[in-house]
Design a protein around this ligand. Sequence first.
Ligand code: ZN
Length: 189
Amino acid sequence: MLTKFKNVENEKIKKSFLKVMNAYQSLHDYEVVLIQKPIKSSTMQAQPIIDFKGLLKGVKRYKINLAEYVRDSNELKVADLPKDVLTGWFAHELGHLVDYEPFSNLQMIRYGLKYLISPKFRREAEHAADYIAIDHGFKNEILATKRFILEHDLLEEDYKAKIRKYYLSIEQVEMCTVDKTFMQPALDL
Ligand SMILES: [Zn+2]
């Protein structure tokens, strides 16, 4: 596994991230960096790292940006999130990387633009990340994350509205049946 951490000090964050990475075998061939830094109007972002060398040689690398605080809150530290909520969140973000994997760096630039301009494409991408997380055995954690965001008093209504608009609903996730053949044994770290 080529997982790296940048500015991540908290052990619970590292453990949750590695637990999810371990279950996502198709990502083990790629460099994946978790970077903790301030992010504007988001809590986490999953992105390809595209530089000149990557475009020239086709080497694919990825990063997850992680904020110090849950979006728009000055009180809710990511490090203080319950373990299953954090794990579900990472399962969704790393689900994006699994979704990106078939695309070349050049195709990912187009993907990024489509995500920005097309609400329909954005919804499909967010649903895909949730489904990939569920397929890898993280259904309960995905439910924990959704419930946490949608039911939390400290989080603003426009954040909850975004989650309702683009992501799978709690009911949709509850209806998902997991095909056990997809599941990897999750290493309990
Ligand atoms: Zn997402």
